[in-house]
Design a protein around this ligand. Structure first.
Ligand code: NZQ
Ligand code: ZN
Length: 390
C-alpha cells in the first residue's frame, strides 16, 4: 500500500423512490435559490423533470433552469452555467442527468465563485480552483461514469481541441434511483456499463503492490459488472441488474478502488482525445479502443491479465502460461464487446467529423501519455492503436 488520505465527500441515497423519499428533507439544508441543471430534454419525456420540480416547488425554492448540457460538455457551456449561477445567486446547484450534466455542474459550481478562467487555471497553469464552490447535488439518470461520487470532471475545450480532466468539489449528495435510468436507450445502458468495466480495469492495471486489497475489489467490480450486463442482454429492463450496475458504477469511481495504488487510465486518455475531435460517445469509444490497447500491453502485465482472465472471464489456467492467459483475457473481452452489440470499429461510432488517418494522427499526437500503466506508450504507438481500430 502506498500512503493515502481517503474521505467520502458525498452522501448517497440509493434505491426506488430516492428523490421522492429524501430530496425534500435534503433541501432544508440549503438556501432558497436553486439552479436546476439538465441535458437535452430526456428528463421532460420520462417524468423526472416534473417529479423534481414538484419537490422543489413544494419546498418553496426559487428555481432557475440551466438546460441543454450536451454529452461531452464544453467549457463554453460551463461559462454559461456559471453566469446563470451568479445571476440567480444560487445556494444549490442540482444536476439532474448523467455524467455530462454532473461534470459540467462541478465546474460551474467552482467557476461561479471566481473571476479567474478555470480552464486557464487548471489546464494551462495546472493550478487549483480558489474559493468555496457553490454546493452541488446530483440526481443520476444515466449510470456508468460514477461522476456522482467524485470531484473530477471531463470537459471539452472546443477551440483547443482538448477533452481533459478538471477538478472541483464532488457533489455533497447524490440520489441514485435505478428506475430513473429505465428510459435510457439500450445502447446507452450498455455503453455506460462498459465505462464502469473500463474504470475498474484501468484502475486494476495501474501499478499495485503484492496482495493489494484494491486489486481484489477491482476484480469483484469487473466480475459483477460483466454478470449484470449479461443479464441485461436478456432483459434490458431487469431492475436487479440495473440497480447492481448503478452501484458498481459508483464503486468504480468513488476512489475506493484507487486507495494505496496508482492507476493506468491510458485508454481513457486516448478516448478523451478521440472525443475532443469527433464528439463520440464515451463508453462506445472505450469499447472500440480497449481491445486494441490491451493487445499492445498485455505482454507487459501478463500476470495481472492472467489473474483477470480467471477472476472475471472464468478461463481455466490448466496447462497455460500467464502470457497465454493474458491473450485469452483480451480475446474474452473482445468477444464480450461483440456479444453486447457495442461497436468494435471507429467507423461504427456516431461522430461529427469523418475519421481519417490524418485526424487520428492529430488525436494520437495530442493524447496524454501516462506513466503508471504496464508500459508508457509513445504518440506513434497510440497512432498504431487508433489505426488498428479503423
Ligand atoms: O441530454 P439528455 O436529453 O438528458 O440525454 C442524455 C444523453 O443523450 C441521455 N439520457 C440521460 N439520462 C437519460 C437519458 N435518456 C433517457 N432516459 C434517461 N434517464 O443519455 C445520453 C448520454 O448522457 P451523458 O450524460 O452524456 O452520458 P454519460 O453518463 O455516459 O456521461 C458521459 C460524460 O462523462 C464523462 C465522459 O467523458 C463524458 O463526457 N466521464 C466522467 C467521469 C467522471 N466525472 O468521473 C468519468 C468517466 O470516465 C467519463 O470520462
Ligand atoms: Zn470513463
Amino acid at each position: 500500500m502506498q500512503n493515502f488520505v481517503y474521505a467520502y465527500p458525498t452522501k448517497v441515497y440509493f434505491g426506488k423512490g430516492a428523490a421522492k423519499d429524501h430530496l425534500a428533507g435534503i433541501l432544508r439544508d440549503y438556501g432558497p435559490n436553486v439552479l436546476l441543471a439538465y441535458g437535452g430534454g430526456s428528463i421532460k419525456k420520462n417524468g423526472i423533470y416534473d417529479e423534481i420540480t414538484g419537490i422543489l416547488k413544494a419546498a418553496g425554492k426559487t428555481v432557475t433552469e440551466f438546460s441543454g448540457i450536451m454529452s461531452n460538455p464544453t467549457f463554453a457551456k460551463v461559462e454559461e452555467g456559471a453566469r446563470l449561477a451568479q445571476d440567480c445567486k444560487a445556494d444549490l446547484i442540482l444536476a439532474v442527468g448523467g455524467g455530462s450534466v454532473i461534470d459540467c455542474c462541478k465546474i460551474v459550481a467552482a467557476q461561479a465563485v471566481t473571476e479567474e478562467d478555470l480552464w486557464e487555471v487548471e489546464m494551462v497553469r495546472h493550478g487549483a480552483p480558489q474559493g468555496k464552490p457553490i454546493p452541488l447535488g446530483a440526481v443520476v439518470t444515466a449510470s456508468g461514469t460514477g461522476a456522482e461520487m467524485n470531484g473530477g470532471a471531463v470537459i471539452t475545450n472546443e477551440k483547443a481541441k482538448i477533452k481533459g480532466g478538471m477538478f472541483a468539489a464532488a457533489p455533497q449528495f447524490a440520489l441514485l434511483d435505478p428506475d430513473y435510468t429505465m428510459s435510457l436507450p439500450r445502447m446507452q445502458v450498455l455503453s455506460g456499463a462498459f465505462d464502469t468495466l473500463s474504470h475498474a480495469m484501468e484502475t486494476y492495471l495501474g501499478r499495485s503492490d503484492r496482495d493489494n486489497v484494491s486489486d481484489e475489489v477491482a476484480l469483484a467490480v469487473m466480475r459483477s459488472t460483466v454478470v449484470n450486463m449479461r443479464t441485461l442482454l436478456k432483459d434490458i429492463h431487469d431492475y436487479t441488474a440495473r440497480s447492481n450496475l448503478m452501484w458498481t458504477s459508483a464503486m468504480a469511481e468513488n476512489g475506493i478502488l484507487k486507495v494505496g495504488r496508482v492507476t493506468d487510465f491510458e485508454c481513457h486518455q486516448i478516448e478523451h482525445q478521440l472525443g475532443a475531435y469527433t464528439d463520440c460517445n464515451h463508453g462506445q469509444g472505450l469499447a472500440v479502443l480497449h481491445p486494441a490497447y490491451y493487445r499492445h500491453i498485455a505482454g507487459d502485465a501478463a500476470d495481472k491479465f492472467a489473474r483477470m482472465a480467471q477472476a472475471v472471464w472464468e478461463i481455466g489456467p490448466a496447462g497455460k502460461t500467464n502470457q497465454q492467459l493474458a491473450q485469452d483475457c483480451v480475446q474474452a473481452l473482445t468477444d464480450f464487446i461483440a456479444a453486447c452489440g457495442l461497436p468494435s470499429k471507429l467507423s461504427q461510432l456516431h461522430t461529427k467529423a469523418e475519421i481519417t488517418p490524418a485526424l487520428l494522427r492529430e488525436v494520437a499526437d495530442s493524447t496524454n501519455l501516462l506513466a503508471n500503466g504496464p508500459r508508457q506508450l509513445t504518440h506513434d504507438e497510440v497512432y498504431e492503436i487508433l489505426m488498428e481500430c479503423l
